[in-house]
Design a protein around this ligand. Structure first.
Ligand code: SF4
Ligand code: MSK
Length: 625
């Protein structure tokens, strides 16, 4: 296949051409080698939950319609989906727990390289959570808030702390449905219990609990991760940065920060400023130390420090092939095991850091926040010492593209003058029709970035404000849609608002866990208007998603009342009942539903129709789509 059919990004295309000439295998080659992929698994009707099986249900009705235990397609599909959601929610929430423990131990004075950076936000959060703040030092408040939030992971609560941020109507709905998330670990464990053979055999009941599990991620683990990361590392503010492989510098020591958790990458940002290390970099012939991001840990350090982004998910193998990457420091999630294979052809040192995420072929340095800065310096030093070992011709195929980053909820409200009122007024008047969150990954089954960029272009052209996180932010950044000048590509209403505020029509809200910022913003708008989130002219989309985490995000976004369009078909189509529940009936239960639409042009139409229909229901001027 021509590289132009695999990606719209010029840097990806250029390095893929090199990979082919050099005979280096990439994710696209491995996808081809897997085809045709298993139809039973694709439809979700295979089960290996016990060793009476594995079993499969024939979707065409000719073969068996039940597994050996008697489970039919509805049960098998629902159980598989619930387990997928639990894996995704657990990933985000375990990340949240790591941040929370680091936050707590910063309060007890046991960490190095961390401090309470945003004291004002710490005090605000603590007061919101019922911690007395008057007369207390930040570290004392951090200890008490940390201890309180650690309880959110257990089973002593009836509702997670941040559930109270949701509109009253939504909280009451969750209560009526019995899906208020109680303990983060509890909901995930209960999903695994329910999906064991012979426990929950009602597909509706299984899926309701799956939504509860996803809510424990969105309003629990992810929200804790975002809020406490802001307190520890600083609440993002708008700033300019760069994106694409042009972020690498041939004459610098290049270090890629890959994964998700800023508790490692933020310390490395500090360590890389160490004057001894900078001097050592010069001694080995480099002009300095250049940090770049990949995937969501890149989003974290870009949002807070303006560190440029080398690329999104499908760039992680290609960045090594530039020949100028001296170290790839990884934490966890979305890191392909193949990166160590590719690194063998180059000089790049792949360094794994979390004991729960080891990679054969990588150098493992066990990260411990109690020695954070010391380990951070050691990691940077390893990269510096690797600089002279470069081999072959450097290839940085493009110039970097500018992008604006740093739109925390606080920054958005501050740009609006401290209140959502101007945004609400612009929506009421119709200058802005509504807002859409376009989030999630790359997937080699979709032409890289095409889904994200096409959808976002159509939305902003139609005066829909777009917020992006994760790999979608990188895709839209590379396409030049995240600079204030991109307002010229928006419809007249959105263009005028963006120009007045000096902001792009596509706002970078951060990493995957930062989808919780979208919940906070949606709740703030709903509370301001005195309605539920499902009443607002909002929508979500994940045009190129691949991961279990994306399914958990989709679950909590829909369960919070936001219509969501998926660009890749989930593995549920072996059960027409499950498909009907998620794509139709859920609307009558939580006020929102899923749609699957691989064509981003049609996805844009679905979102516009939904937004206009919600506008009409709110009594706002609506147009026919
Ligand atoms: Fe087969 Fe039932 Fe065991 Fe699944 S749980 S593998 S359907 S017997
Ligand atoms: S990194 S989960 S590929 S967005 Fe968060 Fe990108 Fe998806 Fe990973």
């Amino acid at each position: 296949m021509k590289v132009e059919t695999l990606s719209i990004a010029p840097d990806t295309q250029a390095i893929l051409r090199f990979a082919r000439e050099a005979g280096i295998e990439t994710v696209w080659d491995r996808l081809q080698a897997q085809e045709p992929q298993c139809g039973y698994c694709a439809l979700g009707v295979s089960c290996r939950n016990c060793v009476m099986g594995p079993c499969r249900v024939d979707p065409f009705g000719d073969g068996p319609q039940k597994g050996i235990c008697g489970a039919d397609a509805d049960i098998i599909v629902a159980r598989n989906l619930a387990r997928t959601i639990a894996a995704g929610a657990s990933s985000h929430s375990d990340h949240g727990r790591d941040i929370l423990e680091t936050f707590y131990h910063t309060g007890t004075g046991e960490t190095t390289g961390y401090e309470i950076t945003d004291v004002e936000k710490l005090r605000r959060l603590a007061a919101e959570c019922g911690v007395e703040v008057d007369g207390k030092e930040p570290k004392e408040i951090a200890r008490e808030l940390g201890w309180l939030l650690l309880e959110d992971f257990g089973s002593r609560k009836e509702a997670l702390t941040f559930v109270r941020r949701a509109p009253k109507a939504r909280q009451e709905l969750w209560h009526r449905l019995g899906i208020t998330p109680r303990g983060i670990d509890r909901e995930n464990v209960e999903t695994l219990h329910r999906t064991h053979m012979g426990v929950d055999n009602d597909y509706v009941n299984i899926l309701l609990h799956a939504l509860r599990t996803s809510l424990s991620d969105g309003w629990g683990g992810s929200m804790i991760a975002t809020e406490l990361s802001d307190v520890l590392f600083g609440t993002p503010k708008p700033r300019m940065s760069y994106v694409n492989l042009g972020a690498l510098k041939e004459d610098h020591v290049n270090i890629a920060l890959h994964g998700h958790n800023p508790m490692l990458s933020d310390v490395i940002v500090r360590a890389a400023q160490d004057s001894d290390l900078r001097q050592r970099a010069e001694e080995v012939g480099a002009r300095g130390i250049n940090l770049v991001g990949l995937c969501c840990t890149g989003n974290e350090v870009q949002m807070r420090h303006g560190i440029p982004m080398a690329g999104n998910h499908l760039l992680q193998e290609l960045v090594i092939m530039t020949g100028v990457l001296d170290a790839m420091i990884v934490d966890y999630q979305c890191i392909m095991p193949s990166v160590t294979d590719i690194a063998k052809c180059f000089h790049t040192l792949v360094i794994s850091t979390f004991d729960k995420a080891k990679f054969p072929g990588a150098t493992h340095i066990s990260f411990d926040p109690k020695r954070g800065l010391e380990i951070g310096r050691e990691l940077v030093r390893m990269a510096v010492e690797n600089f002279p070992k470069r081999i072959g011709t450097p290839r940085i195929p493009v110039e970097p593209v500018r992008m604006m980053t740093g739109f925390s909820v606080e920054a958005i409200l501050s740009a609006l003058g401290g209140t959502p009122e101007p945004l609400v007024n612009a929506i009421k008047e119709g200058a802005i029709r509504g807002a859409a969150g376009v989030v999630g990954c790359n997937n080699p089954k979709i032409k890289q970035d095409h889904g994200h960029v096409t959808l976002v272009r159509r939305l902003i052209e139609n005066d829909i404000l777009v917020v992006v996180t994760g790999c979608s932010a990188v895709a839209n950044g590379k396409a030049g849609l995240m600079v204030p000048e991109a307002a010229d590509l928006a419809g007249p209403g959105l263009r005028a608002v963006c120009k007045a505020l000096g902001i792009p029509p596509v706002l970078h809200l951060g990493s995957c866990v930062d989808n919780s910022r979208i919940l906070v913003l949606a709740a703030a708008l709903a509370n301001y208007l005195g309605v539920d989130i499902s009443d607002l002219p909002l929508a979500g989309a994940a045009p190129e998603w691949y991961s279990e985490k994306a399914v958990a995000i989709g679950g909590y976004v829909v369960a919070s009342g936001i219509f969501t369009v998926l660009g890749v078909q989930p593995n549920i189509f072996g059960s027409p009942n499950v498909v009907r529940l998620l794509s139709q009936d859920l609307e009558g239960v939580v006020g929102a539903r899923f749609a699957v639409e691989p064509d981003p042009e049609k996805a844009a139409l679905l979102i516009r129709q939904h937004i206009e229909s919600n506008r009409k229901a709110l009594g706002l001027p609506a147009v026919a789509v």
